[in-house]
Structures are given as structure tokens and as C-alpha cells.
Design a protein around this ligand. Structure first.
Ligand SMILES: [Zn+2]
Ligand SMILES: [Zn+2]
Ligand SMILES: [Zn+2]
Length: 273
């Protein structure tokens, strides 16, 4: 990646600048994953590799740092598949199991980097993480490298993750308030069924939006595809990718039906900003 670091929204000549940020979509599947266990539907049995979806997660490379968004259960497999060799900080969207169950795999990055890793999240998320993985947030000198070495950092507004400016985006996941994140001209908003008015303001001028788009049928805690398209149109990013995808949506056929600038994400997709 280039040395330019982050740029202020809307202030840069897009023709002149080098890519300053890279986003790798490590996983794009809903909580069951696709294929789902013991399902013989056309998507779960598809030969198209883009119809195989691990649980939702992304890596953002910005200003020479690697920020991981969520730690799903397949984190080790996803890091191997995409060649991830570094994680400087983790941004947690919320504490549902499909977004946190792979936390223990972070210990490999502690060993590689010989340093603790900051885990950013709202208070409710950090409470659940400490309950699920109490050993990861305390010093146990007898267990070097056998456990993750993490620091829980509560998000209360815009913050810096290893020197990278991050803006939390409040979202509603059914009745649960959760966080999306904006880094430069990129925003990641998974697991949402509503975008509060004030958050639309925080999402202006995006180059790339990654947004929840579960399936066609309505769901109480996720945007279905029609709702996701409507929200994406209002946000107006140059490009939108839908994530957290269930087995009802075949990649190729669904993409053919989407508006210009919008597409289903797929595992391993790399996007430069
Ligand atoms: Zn989820
Ligand atoms: Zn299926
Ligand atoms: Zn969730």
C-alpha cells in the first residue's frame, strides 16, 4: 500500500492519488456460514467458489497498520486463505458468537508481533468478551503465547486505533445497538436492520460501503436485500458490497439483478480505496 495514509472525505483528487487503503473481505457469510450444515439447496451445493461464505469479517490496511473487524469462528482458516500476517488492532461490531468466537486465534499475532493487541468495542461488547474469554484480558505469566494478550478499549466516540483515525457508526441490529466503523472513505456496517438518522450523516462521501444484505425475505434483525439497496442508495457510496449473506442468494444470479455500483461481496475479495 502507499504511504499516503488516510485522506479527508471528498478533499482529494481521485485521479492523482495512490491507493491509500486496502480492504480484504475475509468472510461474507451469515451466522450459519454457507454451505450450511446438512443443506442440499442450490447455493450450498454450488460449484461457484463465491457461493462459499465463512462468517463475516474484514481486514483493513491503512497507514501501514492492519485493523481486523471482528474475530469469527473461522478466523484461522480465513487468515491462512488470505495471507494475513499481522493484526495491529481489532474493532468489534458486537458480541454475537459469529463475530467473536475466533478471538483465541489472535494469540498467534501476539507471538509474531511480541506485543499486546487493543480490542475496541462498546461497553456491552467488551463485557461479553471478558465473560467468554476471561483469560485473554489478564496477565498469566505462566502461559506465554498459549493465550491471547489483549487490551479491551471502550469506544465512546471517534478514536485512534494504532494511529489510524476511526469513526464509530451507531447502527440498530433489531433492538440491539451495535457499531459500524468508518475509516477514511471506507465504512463497514454489518448486522444492521436500521441506520439511525445521525449515522447517515457520518456516512457521507464514501468511496466504499460494505453493508448487511442477508437475503430476499424480511428478517427481524438484518436488512433484506431490498432494504439494503434502499439504504445504500441513500448513503450514496461510489461502490457498495453486501455482506452477511445467507444461502438464499446465489452470487452470480443475484449480482446480475443489482443496481450499478452494488454487488454481493465474496470471501477473499480485495478492494483498494
Ligand atoms: Zn452476524
Ligand atoms: Zn443451503
Ligand atoms: Zn449479530
Amino acid at each position: 500500500m502507499g504511504e499516503g495514509g488516510l485522506t479527508a472525505p471528498g478533499k482529494t483528487d481521485k485521479l492523482a492519488r495512490m491507493p491509500s487503503m486496502r480492504v480484504i473481505l475475509l468472510g461474507t457469510g451469515t451466522s450459519h456460514g454457507v454451505p450450511m450444515i446438512a443443506c442440499d439447496c442450490p447455493v450450498c451445493t454450488s460449484a461457484d467458489p463465491r457461493d462459499r461464505r465463512n462468517r463475516t469479517c474484514a481486514l483493513v490496511e491503512a497507514a501501514g497498520r492492519c485493523l481486523l473487524i471482528d474475530t469469527p469462528p473461522e478466523l484461522r482458516v480465513q487468515c491462512l486463505a488470505c495471507g494475513v500476517g499481522r493484526v495491529d488492532a481489532v474493532l468489534y461490531t458486537h458480541a454475537h458468537t459469529d463475530h467473536v468466537a475466533g478471538l483465541d486465534d489472535l494469540r498467534r499475532f501476539n507471538a509474531l508481533q511480541r506485543a499486546p493487541i487493543d480490542c475496541h468495542g462498546d461497553r456491552a461488547t467488551l463485557e461479553v468478551l471478558r465473560q467468554m474469554f476471561p483469560y485473554a484480558f489478564v496477565d498469566l505469566p505462566d502461559y506465554p503465547s498459549a493465550k491471547p494478550d489483549l487490551r479491551a478499549v471502550e469506544v465512546n466516540g471517534p478514536f485512534s486505533a494504532c494511529g489510524v483515525p476511526v469513526v464509530p457508526i451507531p447502527l440498530m441490529h433489531g433492538p440491539l445497538p451495535i457499531l459500524g466503523y468508518r475509516i477514511g472513505d471506507f465504512a463497514y456496517c454489518t448486522d444492521c436492520s436500521a441506520v439511525p438518522e445521525a449515522s447517515f450523516e457520518l456516512l457521507r462521501g464514501l468511496d466504499l460501503l460494505v453493508l448487511d444484505g442477508l437475503r430476499h425475505r424480511p428478517h427481524p434483525t438484518h436488512f433484506n436485500l431490498a432494504q439494503a439497496i434502499e439504504a445504500a442508495r441513500r448513503i450514496g457510496a461510489r461502490r457498495t458490497r453486501f455482506t452477511h449473506i445467507a444461502h438464499e442468494l446465489p452470487h452470480a444470479a443475484t449480482n446480475a439483478s443489482l443496481p450499478d455500483g452494488m454487488a454481493l461481496a465474496f470471501d477473499g475479495e480485495v478492494l483498494e480505496i
